[in-house]
Design a protein around this ligand. Sequence first.
Ligand code: ADP
Ligand code: MG
Length: 500
Amino acid sequence: MTTEELVDFDVALEKYDPVLGFEVHVELNTKTKMFSDAPNAFGDEPNTNVTPVDLGLPGVLPVVNKTAVEYSILIGLALNCQIAEKCGFARKNYFYPDTPKNFQTSQYDDPIAHDGWLDIELEDGEVFRVEIERAHMEEDAGKLTHMGGAAGRIQGADYSLVDYNRAGVPLVEIVTKPIVGAGARAPELARAYVAAIREIVKNLGVSDARMERGNVRCDANVSLMPKGAEKFGTRTETKNVNSLRAVEHAVRFEIERHAAVLDSGQKIVQETRHWHEDTRSTTSGRPKSDADDYRYFPEPDLVPIVTTADWIEQLRSRLPEPPAERRKRLKAEWGYADKEFRDVVNAGVLDEIEATIAAGATAAVARKWWMGEIARLAKAADKEITEVGVTPETIVEIDQLIQGKNINDKIARQVLEYVLAGEGTPSQIVEQRSLAIVNDDAALGKAVDDAIAAMPDVVEKIKGGKMQAIGALMGPVMKATRGQADAGRVRELVMEKLGL
Ligand code: ADP
Ligand code: MG
């Protein structure tokens, strides 16, 4: 791998305007494949989910999966696209062992959806509109695994294995128009765009949308032009950047690299690039012109798809509330401040908070737990907040124990840990472990007497009017009651006993 010269990001942005373009592939979660009745399933034994159609054996005839078409239309509608009245499939010819037919069945000049847009909300709340060029249907290729070489790459491998379970899985490829004007926010926009697509297809229920499984895959196109210019520069296409972080870093890296090449008076080569997570850099792939000759021709074995207005309207009525609108609605309903809400969104716990409120908590209590103690537990265990395993019902029950003055905040946090350790429900744990707050005066009175006797200097201060000094007595009292003293009652008792 060659180490490339880079120009510092901010310096690059002083001189150049970046132009972006994204091709996002979404695997649909239909039961069967795009053109065959083989199961569309992840993680099965290799080469078990294949039929003669997926293998392109002689004499087979493909049949279009109607659900996949409906899912594609739903995606198009969610991206504010026009839906084609009539469209078809073409053969995109290329020879590679992951595609046993030697062509990919794809849409070419008549995509099912075209000319849409999506408003992308950046982290500070600014909204950036991305124009959608097209969303077309196609099929996925099989999966090659290269053995014996370094890091699973074909270079240096001894042999390669192929699994055709993925061959023929329905895909929708969403292509943006060139995105101009993002400036220094290009990397952030790249990440936010892919996150928005992932969120939309997940919300539609048309894809599992798990990037780590390749359900959503992004090719990121980047070019630079001198600041203020109108003619776009030459682009590179970084392939398969398959995490949100990688998309952001890849765009940033390419901007820094393009600037270095251009500054040195050289030209950018239009090519594909490979992303390397370990070095956070890209390397050259294959040259790629705008008119690579795939010898597209209409697929003779499939009839065109005709979409009637009735069908489209019926699908439109199935659209769920768009994620961005839902956020707007929830923010208003919950009454969170801008920053509070943004933090909740960035932490990815909207669903959890909504469910906790539905289970009976107030919006403030739900936020307190998810953004506080549960976030802390997640961080300590190096997990996602949603993986900690806390249920909305647990939070509501713990909160009721706090409101009923059965436990205090500190004990509540312990109770949560015991729940996660599988000891039972919060009430059972408080009962079994005798964690209820001590507020009966007999027990508290003794602890307060002992503290007063042990700290005459503190008592002097309190008598002298320094009421904060009561805090110093709280420590021994809490210790004597294993942290279960009712702090308010302790304060009252101290005052009583000192005659104040
Ligand atoms: P290809 O088949 O070459 O990948 P596509 O049309 O599928 O072409 O995708 C190209 C992507 O790159 C689109 O999102 C397009 O808007 C974007 N794009 C085109 N020209 C430029 C450019 N000069 N700089 C950055 N992005 C570009
Ligand atoms: Mg493309």
